[in-house]
Design a protein. Structure first.
Length: 249
């Protein structure tokens, strides 16, 4: 639990559902005020914020933005600061994820995957940097174990996450010593809800994971919470949370 009498403010992109919603709930439970970004999931975002507001009035806010619209990113950060008066943390969680067969990759796929996984985190970090510097805050980027160990069939996604891995370390250098920047690299946590991984493929992935099971969103959320609030001497690091899968991929 955060002991600072001034509750830190954290912006979580893609915070309305799935892992993002668990991130929001976990950080809120730790005492943070949370800004829940969403693109299309308005109902889920507003329901989540309403539940958090019942627990602690004035502690949660839902904000819509298309992260592929570069001009919207500074406005998103400024809306958080205008509402809460400060910004202490940024979690770049929002991400597009879909396969791209080599030979069929087009600019639309490039714009979506690079935009959500690399471009938006960069420009959000740039917009947030003055506020995070003032508060001595932190950034956590949700990377992927496949940033370093590519997943067949997903070359563009893997390249985008590899870029985010490099960006994480570069931002740690650029924003030191006032702002810490780290990344979390999930393994198999929550399967895509669009059927990308059929049961046989899921079984193969789990069999190749040292702990022989899928992780949970709370595994990611607790790690992000640690890096934001309980790791004052950690920066420029990428922490795999993958049940040991990347140990021998």
């Amino acid at each position: 639990m955060i002991e600072d009498p001034i509750a830190p403010v954290v912006l979580v992109t893609g915070g309305a559902r799935r892992v993002g919603a668990e991130l929001v709930r976990c950080l809120h439970a730790a005492g943070a005020q949370v800004a829940v970004h969403y693109r299309h999931s308005r109902d889920e975002a507003e329901a989540l914020v309403a539940a958090l507001e019942r627990l602690r009035p004035g502690s949660a806010l839902a904000l819509q933005a298309d992260l592929l619209d570069c001009a919207a990113l500074p406005r998103l950060v400024e809306a958080v600061v205008a509402h809460f008066g400060r910004l202490d943390g940024l979690v770049n969680n929002a991400s597009s994820f879909f396969p791209t067969a080599l030979g069929d990759i087009d600019e639309a796929a490039w714009g979506d995957l690079i935009g959500s996984n690399l471009k938006a985190p960069l420009f959000l970090a740039q917009a947030a940097a003055p506020h995070l510097t003032a508060s001595g805050g932190a950034i956590v980027n949700i990377v992927d174990i496949h940033a370093e160990r590519p997943l067949k069939g997903y070359p563009l996604y893997c390249a985008a996450k590899a870029g985010l891995l490099g960006l994480t370390r570069a931002l740690a250098l650029e924003l030191a010593p006032r702002v810490r920047v780290n990344g979390v690299a999930p393994g198999a946590i929550e399967w895509p809800d669009d059927g990308q991984f059929p049961p046989q493929e899921r079984e193969r992935i789990v069999a190749h994971t040292l702990l022989r099971r899928v992780g949970s969103p709370s595994d990611i959320a607790r790690t992000v919470r640690f890096l934001l609030f309980d790791a004052p001497y950690v920066t420029g690091q990428i922490l795999p949370v993958d049940g040991g899968r990347s140990a021998y991929l």
